[in-house]
Design a protein around this ligand. Structure first.
Ligand SMILES: Cc1ncc(COP(=O)(O)O)c(C=O)c1O
Length: 195
């Protein structure tokens, strides 16, 4: 049988998990969380990185942080995981799906501007399979119309766009450490890039 997924292990997990348990700080936000957040803040050159239990929760936090209200519109690709849309729909947002490009499977940046309305609050590009969206074009549209960009970089950890880490280009980014992702721990997290 070919397994659907084999989680990547580096070999240090056993000792770190034991050390975390023996530290008697097992509810999160302990030594390893802090080290992890610091590592990402340094390597992504972002203002703050915060570990959350999943990328889904990171996206939900992003929706709260940009104060999504019922009727706000959020633009995203029509091809993504359900959490991308649910995070904003849960706050009452109207999800505006934009078609994807056949070559990258990412949102077609040339179709975004015509989807913008006075109710648009955010654009959520998804970097499918670690392939970068056209972030220059997306950031230009966002700054012209003064809307947020929340990168769903669930699948894009350590991938780059023009030498910038995915997830660190928009106002916020969310990553996944789900078992099926490139790096795993069972947790996702949120980056705040606003300075
Ligand atoms: C594009 C995308 N967004 C969000 C998620 C949700 O990630 P998590 O399982 O960490 O909540 C996934 C997971 O598959 C994903 O692929």
């Amino acid at each position: 049988m070919i397994p659907f997924n084999v989680p990547p292990y580096t070999g240090n997990e056993d000792q770190y998990v034991l050390a975390a348990m023996r530290s008697k700080k097992i509810s999160g936000d302990g030594e390893y969380s802090k080290r992890c957040q610091k590592w990402f803040e340094g390597n992504l050159n972002c203002a703050a990185a915060l570990l959350t239990p999943s990328c889904t929760q990171a996206l939900e936090m992003a929706a709260l942080l940009i104060d999504i209200q019922p009727g706000d519109e959020v633009i995203m690709p029509s091809y993504t995981f359900v959490s991308t849309a649910n995070a904003f729909a849960l706050r009452g947002a109207k999800i505006v799906f934009v078609d994807i490009r056949p070559d990258t499977m990412n949102i077609d940046e040339s179709l975004i501007e015509s989807a913008i309305t006075p109710r648009t609050k955010a654009i959520v590009p998804v970097h499918y399979a670690g392939i970068a969206c056209e972030m220059d074009a997306i950031m230009d549209i966002a700054s012209h119309y003064r809307v947020f960009v929340i990168e769903d970089a669930a699948q894009g950890i350590m991938s780059t766009y023009k030498n910038r880490p995915l997830g660190s280009i928009g106002h916020m980014g969310a990553y996944s450490f789900h078992e099926t992702k490139n790096c795993t721990s069972g947790g996702g997290w949120l980056v705040d890039y606003q300075r």
